[in-house]
Structure formats: C-alpha cells, structure tokens
Design a protein around this ligand. Structure first.
Ligand SMILES: [Fe+2]
Length: 278
C-alpha cells in the first residue's frame, strides 16, 4: 500500500491541513461530525437508500446504492456539512482564487455493499473531458468531501486514493502500491482535490459502507448535478441563505444572472440593476 493520507484532529484549522492537501491531494479530519449526529443524518437518507438494490455497473464496482439531491433532504445537511466553517475555509483557499464564487457540483450518499469490486480510479475533473484534459499545472476547479457515515475500514471499502496523483502528468496510471485507503472513524471528513485519483473500495464485509459526499466547483463550470432541479426554489427557500448561494442561486457579474432578481440571491427580487442586459 502507498503512503498514507495525513489525518488531523477535529478542530484543526484550514491553515494546518492545507499544506498536506496541496502536497498529497487528500487529507482526513478525524470525527469532524459527532458520530451520533452522523447516525441521525444517515437515518434521514434511509428512505432513499433502503428500497434500492445494489448495482451500478462496472464503474461503480457493481454493488453500490446511491442517492443524490443531498441538500433537498432538510436543513440538517446544509447546516452540518455544507456550511461547516472548515469546509468554507478550505474551499475559499483551494477554489476561491479561481472563480467569482464556488458552488455545489454533485451531492448524495454512496453505500458500498459486499461482493463487488474496486471502482476504477478516476479524477472528479474527468467529467469535463475532453474539453478540459488533466493538467497538473492547472489551478484546482473541483474540491471533494466525503463524510464517513460509518467507520471506513480497509475491509469495508474505505475510499481508495493515490496520494500525489494530482501532480502526475495526464496518462500516468497508479500502480497498486501507490494506492492507499482513507481509513477513518464515523463522522470523519475526507477532502480530496478534483485532480486526485480515487475510487470506492471493494467491501469484503457483510455490512454496507455508507458515505455522504458532496463536491464543489467554480461558478463558471457547469454543475455535475443540476442543483436547480435537485433543490428547486420552493425547497431551497427553506434552507439557510448561504446554502442557497452555494447551491447556485447566485450570479457572477456576467454569468447566471436573471433579470429582476438579486444577483447575490436569485431567490430574491433585485434591489436595483440585476444583470448586464436588464
Ligand atoms: Fe469520484
């Protein structure tokens, strides 16, 4: 197994963990969410996950259950995860310089059941190929977070990662001895960069491995999961305003504006001029 992923205590600051994130492409924050609170969040997702049969095809290792639309499941997910001040600080540093603002890219829960295979290693940025091909010199446009909904172990399929792979040239693949796993307790938070190779691990146990995931991207790339359908205005209005903005109900000076709406929060009427054409 390759080098391990550095882990930090739950109250670590962004300044403490960002050098390791930029060096290795991933870091763990131990038990960032209280395990009992994490149990409550996972329980809220049971109605979406329980009726499903594990599947997902080769890319997902054949034994995955998943649901999206995470932030349509109630304020708890925004308040505990999306608005976590550490996530904000890390995102501000990693993505902030490369955009007007950043927003949710994709969200949901992924449960890995026994009997499948490792997910092929991939980069979150691969969704933008062939128009954006991996370039280690390019700034970061995507930041990913995985929250452990149970203990993540080597046996149950803890996320596999290739530390340092964000700096590799396009086309270089990871050998098995360059891959490690994000072993962490329930409630822990794994950050990884959009350029880092990673994938779901194979679960060799009888219990599912449950993770909650959301990724963030710059305002000028199309969101992977369409948040305006996933969390439509009538649902978004019940969330904290900062969550509304992070879901995308916010315009940049020249992108995403709507006439008659407030650019800082498109769910509100404009107080003055609201876009370059109107
Ligand atoms: Fe991924």
């Amino acid at each position: 197994m390759g080098m391990s992923i550095e882990s930090f205590e739950r109250n670590a600051t962004a300044a403490e963990l960002i050098p390791a994130l930029q060096r290795d492409g991933a870091v763990i924050v131990r038990e960032r969410v209280d395990p009992a609170r994490m149990d409550a969040l996972v329980a809220l997702l049971a109605p979406a996950l329980d009726p499903l049969e594990p599947g997902g095809g080769e890319f997902f290792g054949y034994r995955k259950k998943s649901c999206g639309e995470l932030f349509a499941n109630g304020c708890e997910f925004s308040e505990t995860l999306l608005l976590d001040p550490l996530v904000t600080e890390v995102s501000d540093t990693i993505l902030g310089p490369n955009c007007h603002h950043y927003r949710v890219n994709a969200s949901g829960s992924i449960q890995v059941w026994g009997g499948g295979q490792n997910q092929p290693l991939h980069r979150e940025m691969d969704i933008y190929r062939p128009f954006l091909v991996h370039d280690p010199a390019r700034p970061e446009y995507v930041l990913a977070t995985m929250w452990a909904g149970c203990d993540f172990t080597t046996e149950n399929g803890a996320t596999r990662l290739a530390p340092g792979s964000h700096l590799w040239p396009d086309g270089r693949r990871a050998t098995e001895d360059e891959v490690t796993q994000a072993v962490m307790h329930k409630g822990s938070l794994l950050f990884w960069l959009g350029k880092s190779f990673h994938g779901l691990g194979k679960n060799r146990t009888d219990e599912p491995r449950t993770g909650i995931i959301f990724t963030l991207t710059v305002d000028w790339l199309t969101q992977e999961e369409n948040q305006f359908v996933a969390v439509p205005p009538e649902v978004a209005r019940k969330l904290p305003e900062r969550a509304q903005q992070l879901l995308g109900y916010r315009a940049s000076p020249l992108l995403g504006w709507v006439g008659g709406r407030d650019s800082d929060n498109l769910l509100r009427p404009a107080r003055g001029k609201s876009g370059p054409l109107v």
